[in-house]
Design a protein around this ligand. Sequence first.
Ligand SMILES: Cc1cc2nc3c(=O)[nH]c(=O)nc-3n(C[C@H](O)[C@H](O)[C@H](O)COP(=O)(O)OP(=O)(O)OC[C@H]3O[C@@H](n4cnc5c(N)ncnc54)[C@H](O)[C@@H]3O)c2cc1C
Length: 471
Amino acid sequence: MADPGATLPERLAGIVGGPHVLTAPADIEPYLADWRGRYRGAARAVVLPASTEEVAAVVRLCVAEGAPMVPQGGNTGLCGGATPDTKGREIVVGLRRMSRVRAIDADNATITVEAGVPLAAVQQAAAEAGLHFPLSLASEGSCTIGGNLSTNAGGTAVLRYGNTRELTLGLEAVLADGSILSALRGLRKDNTGYDLKQLFIGAEGTLGIITAAVMKLFPAPRTRVTALAALASVEDAIALLAQLKTALSDRLVGFELMSAFSLALSRKHHPGSPDPLPGHPWYALVQADESSEGAPLASIVEAALASAIEAGSASDASIAQSAEQAQRLWALRENVSEAQRREGPNIKHDISLPVSAIPAFMRECARELESAFPKARLVVFGHLGDGNLHYNLSAPEGVEASSFMDNGERANRIVHDAVARHGGSFSAEHGVGQLKRADLVRYKSPVEVALMRAIKATLDPRGLMNPGKVL
Ligand SMILES: Cc1cc2nc3c(=O)[nH]c(=O)nc-3n(C[C@H](O)[C@H](O)[C@H](O)COP(=O)(O)OP(=O)(O)OC[C@H]3O[C@@H](n4cnc5c(N)ncnc54)[C@H](O)[C@@H]3O)c2cc1C
């Protein structure tokens, strides 16, 4: 029987055990700010449940006390979704102790994992079973599968395997009233009414707390070919993408675009990086995988690139001759974000467009940005195969970067208005969180926003699940 005079943290300790409720400032510090250091909040306590039943009991207690909850996984999100507000009333519910792989069903090609399993550990468990979990992000050592589901994370293999939503078959979640939605089915066909798991994928913790999921697995790739292609224009990149899709079909896993400037930044801030094809305006990093043993994948990629060069859609190409060379080519792409950070503050946009609309969008948007911010440097790179660009702005050379950041809202408006005109999305893979709430209301139709609010009010009528995020 709980002591009626006990504080909320003391009663939470009765559920999860004293060591798993943190209240001392030094202990809760790592949970209060986001990865980029852009948001900083305060919390009444951080609670670390270890099972679905504990999560449900924590939610029931918080609801009874009227305490808002902020679910948190690896805290690598880029929109402030896992950071509590500054009032100090919220309870951060950290999921990292829920770190069990519950089952692997090799015949069904599925893995059942708890929300706090780091993405890299899901990949590892699949590999140990001779299978492949394809979700891959630069943050995979730290981010959790629960966070991946809640942000519907994308990454570098969406072209072939889809984003997290498309990799999910079943879900378990604790609802805002503390009840447990148990839908951990590993079914590829299940047309029994509304697909409720979809509500929680991409909801950023605003509708309930995901505790486990059944994810799809795939045959492990046995041959991998990585190449860099040099291109004269973005139109050529799109033509090359179409040619490679025809030649490789679903063996084409990744097609990453980099402008010459983003590649130069990557090399500048990571000395010793290779420069295999100097002097071109655009580059595409291509990856193809093959699961059957001994398939002539390298010669298929080589022939496809040779005919693209002959057709004029690629200017030149270089195929990695070893795993180490492939890794060095990938590092060129993966280091762009970090290089941009080292270059100074920058204004970031994570946008998506129909691939066919990208050239017109780029022409129009670059023109508008140039006239608004003469000499600002565009850093364009991203998952072109998915229509997802990181379309960022660095300060002009010699301009104080922090004063340039005052232009953020104006730049966002120019970019996001152009995205909307071309049928795109202001957030392709990073979500909405605190960062893009105003954009959501501006760019979604009134009917979509009203429907989202109605769903939120139905599932979380007291507004205690991650308040102030998304909506
Ligand atoms: C270096 C780097 C590279 C990245 N690259 C990519 C990329 O290529 N593609 C991409 O999509 N993202 C990328 N990200 C962003 C980030 O890693 C992803 O959004 C990731 O999915 C977040 O997982 P997390 O466990 O860290 O979640 P957190 O940051 O802890 O939380 C993210 C959101 O999900 C909610 N949440 C977390 N766990 C749960 C749960 N169990 N139930 C309900 N809600 C929950 C939180 O409240 C918050 O709103 C990158 C981040 C970094 C730092």
